[in-house]
Design a binder for this molecule. Structure first.
Ligand code: PEP
Ligand code: MN
Length: 337
C-alpha cells in the first residue's frame, strides 16, 4: 500500500503515521520527493487493507500496489531514483559510462586499461575478480588479488569500481574493496545472495538472467530492496533466443518498459548482449537512444591475450571513438555525458 501525503504535511504527522505502522507490526519505507513524502507500507496485503490509513492527518491518498513488486515499482517513489556509486550519480541526466576488462588479469593490464578508459570519458571501472565461467576449467578470476589490483587502479584513476559477487561467503571481502557489487546473470535468482547484498550498504547492479523475463528481474530486485538496500541498478545484458548469429539477443524493449515500471536506474551491457566486437558500438548507441541511464562496455588493450571474453572486448581506441558517438546520441535524446 502506498500513502501519499499532502504537500503541507508536517514532520510530526509523518512520524506519527510511521510509528502507527510499526505498532501494527508492519514495515514502512519513507521516500522524500521535492513536493511530498510517500510512505510505502510493507506487510501482508489483507492485514494492511483493514487499517484506516486514509484517516491520518496529513494523508492525501492511499493506493494499493497491484503489482507483485512493490518497493521497486515506479509508483512507490513517483519519480526516478538516483544511485550514487563512489562520487558518480547514475539515473540523473548524464549517461554514465562503465568500462574495463571482463576479468582483472594483472596489475599492468588493469592499470593500463583503467587509465585509457578514464581518459576517454568512462566514469566507473569494471573488472571481474570472481568470474562465473561456464566451464570449471576456464580462468576463474584472481579473487582477492584481483580486488587489490582494482583498488590500486581506483587509487590511480579516481574511478569507483564495480565487480562481481558470486557467493555469500565472499561478501565481506568484496565489500572491503568494491564501490558497487555486480550480481551476474547466472545469479539473478540466487535468492540467498540477493538477500545478503540487500543487507549491505553498497550499491548493487543486478544483471538480467539469460532466460529471465523483465518481471523476473523486477522480482529479484525486490528481494534486495526488501532487505533495506534501495541502491539498486538493473542491467539488461541480453537474453537467450533462437538466434545463433550473436551471443545473446540484447532486449532493448526492456529499457523503456523498465523505465516506466520501476524507479530504479537502467544499465545496458551491449557487450554481453551481442557478444561480437564489431556490433557493440551500434547497440550501445541504440541503448542510449532507448533511454538507458548507463552503458557498460568491456575494453581490453590486448583482446587476443584476454583470459575471458576477448572476442567481445573493444580496443581502447574503439572505445574512445564510441564515446564521441554516444555523446551525439545523448545530446539528441536530451541527455548528456
Ligand atoms: C560480466 O559482466 O563479465 C559477466 C559475467 O556478465 P553476465 O553475468 O551478464 O554474463
Ligand atoms: Mn565478460
Amino acid at each position: 500500500m502506498i500513502i501519499i501525503t499532502r504537500p503541507e504535511a508536517t514532520e510530526e504527522q509523518i512520524a506519527h503515521i510511521v510509528s502507527r505502522i510499526r505498532a501494527w507490526g508492519l514495515k514502512s519505507e519513507v521516500s522524500r520527493g521535492e513536493q511530498r513524502v510517500v510512505i510505502g507500507v510493507i506487510g501482508p496485503e489483507d492485514k494492511i487493507r483493514e487499517k484506516p490509513l486514509g484517516a491520518f492527518p496529513g494523508v492525501e491518498s492511499v493506493t494499493p500496489v497491484l503489482k507483485p513488486y512493490k518497493l521497486v515499482s515506479y509508483q512507490f517513489r513517483g519519480r526516478h531514483s538516483h544511485v550514487q556509486i563512489g562520487g558518480v550519480t547514475v539515473g540523473a541526466k548524464a549517461v554514465v559510462l562503465m568500462a574495463g576488462p571482463c576479468s582483472v588479469e594483472s596489475e599492468e593490464q588493469i592499470t593500463a586499461i583503467a587509465t585509457e578508459v578514464r581518459k576517454s570519458g568512462a566514469k566507473i571501472l569494471r573488472g571481474g575478480a570472481f568470474k562465473p565461467r561456464t566451464s570449471p576449467y576456464s580462468f576463474q578470476g584472481l579473487g582477492k588479488v584481483g580486488l587489490q589490483l582494482l583498488a590500486e587502479a581506483r587509487r590511480l584513476t579516481g574511478m569507483p569500481i564495480i565487480t562481481e559477487i558470486m557467493d555469500t561467503k565472499d561478501l565481506e571481502l568484496v565489500c572491503e574493496y568494491a564501490d558497487c557489487l555486480q550480481v551476474g546473470a547466472r545469479n539473478m535468482q540466487n535468492f540467498s545472495l540477493l538477500r545478503e547484498v540487500g543487507r549491505t550498504h553498497l550499491p548493487v547492479m543486478l544483471k538480467r538472467g539469460m532466460s529471465a523475463t523483465i518481471k523476473d528481474l523486477l522480482m529479484s530486485a525486490e528481494y534486495i530492496l526488501s532487505e533495506g538496500n534501495f541502491n539498486v541498478l538493473l542491467c539488461e545484458r541480453g537474453i537467450r533466443t533462437f538466434e545463433t548469429m550473436t551471443r545473446n539477443t540484447l532486449d532493448l524493449n526492456a529499457v523503456p518498459v523498465l523505465k516506466s515500471e520501476t524507479h530504479l536506474p537502467v544499465v545496458v551491457d551491449p557487450t554481453h548482449g551481442i557478444g561480437l566486437r564489431e556490433y557493440i558500438p551500434s547497440m550501445a548507441l541504440a541503448a542510449v537512444a532507448a533511454g538507458a541511464d548507463s552503458i557498460m562496455i568491456e575494453v581490453h588493450n590486448s583482446p587476443e591475450h584476454a583470459k575471458s571474453d576477448g572476442e567481445q572486448a573493444l580496443l581502447p581506441q574503439e572505445f574512445e571513438a564510441l564515446v564521441a558517438r554516444v555523446k551525439s546520441v545523448a545530446d539528441a535524446v536530451g541527455r548528456e555525458l
